[in-house]
Design a protein around this ligand. Structure first.
Ligand code: DGL
Length: 267
């Protein structure tokens, strides 16, 4: 492992491509490797043990491919399985989404009322509430989950009328709670951010944990002398456990700089 090694990123499907977009924008010189576990999508309806098992296998596969850091670009894995992943000692750091989302939300809120929209599993784990309260225990946190919003994005519907109605219905309770900050606590949701912003209105700041995570990742690389200095030859490699054609169609919709090829990975 050296500075030219890749940053490994994984998610249950295409949601983590939003994290790829953010890392590509901020740390553009880095080589990236992305795994979409589309065969096992959605994680939001799986058990804790299943999620831990999938994540552990993907983490090991990424390690074999020479990575210098791993990003668990899935809030459900980060909230449900991260404690189990942390018990295993990996040779590279494994970053989850929750702490970054919590830090960003606490920095953003003024009225100390934060909403978090995620998968139902993440919401039920109260991972965000716990992390936010560690930073400031006077903050009120309202967590809501929607698996239908995840499926809507995964199926490629990001702007349709249906999305607006669905998001509006889901966010009604947090709007009534007078939150001033909403965390997109699922990696699929930044692809619905226009719809979400429309629904919550301009007085609510919508925050994406990836914006904080990328800063943390950049700091880690700098501190450990791992910033890739080979300018101009950065690579993006994509793997899916599902159907390659399907991944490419979706990647065209969701990636700023879409790939021409994707490799099949058996998990
Ligand atoms: N994108 C994932 C997350 O951030 C989970 C979606 C799913 O597979 O249910 O939670």
């Amino acid at each position: 492992m050296d500075s030219r090694s890749s940053i490994g990123i994984f998610d249950s499907g295409i949601g983590g491509l939003a994290v790829v977009n953010t890392i590509s924008r901020v740390l553009e010189q880095e080589n990236l490797m992305y795994v979409a576990d589309s065969k096992n999508f959605p994680y939001g309806t799986k058990t804790k043990n299943q999620i831990a098992q999938f994540s552990e296998r993907i983490t090991r596969l990424l390690l074999k491919k020479d990575v210098k850091a791993i990003i668990v670009a899935c809030n459900t894995v980060s909230s449900i399985a991260m404690p189990l992943l942390k018990e295993i000692s990996y040779p590279v750091p494994v970053f989850g989404m929750i702490q970054s989302g919590a830090i960003l939300a606490v920095k953003t809120t003024k009225n100390k009322k934060i909403g978090v929209i995620s998968t139902p599993l993440t919401a039920a784990s109260h991972a965000y509430k716990k992390e936010i309260r560690k930073l400031d225990d006077s903050i009120e946190v309202f967590e809501i989950g929607s698996q239908r919003m995840v499926n809507l994005v995964e199926n490629g519907n990001k702007t349709r009328e249906r999305a607006y109605e669905l998001v509006k219905g889901k966010l009604q309770s947090v709007i009534s709670a007078k939150i001033d900050t909403l965390v997109l606590g699922c990696t699929h949701f930044p692809f619905l951010d226009k719809v979400v912003k429309n629904v919550v209105g301009k007085d609510v700041k919508v925050v994406d944990p990836a914006d904080e995570l990328v800063l943390k990742l950049g700091e880690f690389l700098k501190l450990n002398n791992l910033i890739n200095k080979s300018l101009g030859i950065n690579t993006r490699k994509f793997f899916t456990t599902g159907r390659k054609e399907e991944f490419l169609i979706k990647a065209k919709l969701f990636l700023d700089d879409f790939p021409k090829e994707v490799h099949k990975l058996d998990v």
